[in-house]
Write a protein of this length. Structure first.
Length: 94
């Protein structure tokens, strides 16, 4: 089920991982990922076409493939240090 009407998400400070396609096709434009998150699964932000900025926590250890892709808009990602393991496609900008 798509969540294109969802524009804001507040994640709990105790969250440790974000699951596969967790926010697929959501209408969010920014999201603050808590520092407790250590992994983000495949396609977590797939086709989130309003997403303009994604700030990744410094403790992030694993990002799976196709984190954020499938839209015409540009998405930027910031992190202090690269995760230990990343997939082959982090961002796709059309």
């Amino acid at each position: 089920m798509f969540c294109d009407k969802v524009t804001e998400v507040i994640l709990p400070k105790s969250l440790e991982s974000i699951g596969q396609a967790a926010f697929h096709a959501c209408g969010i434009s920014t999201i603050d990922i808590p520092s407790s998150v250590t992994s983000i699964a495949d396609g977590a932000f797939l086709t989130c076409c309003n997403l303009k900025r994604l700030e990744l926590p410094p403790g992030l250890k694993k990002i799976e493939e196709a984190l954020c892709c499938g839209c015409d808009g540009k998405t930027g990602a910031d992190w202090d240090s690269a995760p230990e393991q990343t997939g082959t496609l982090l961002m796709l900008q059309s």
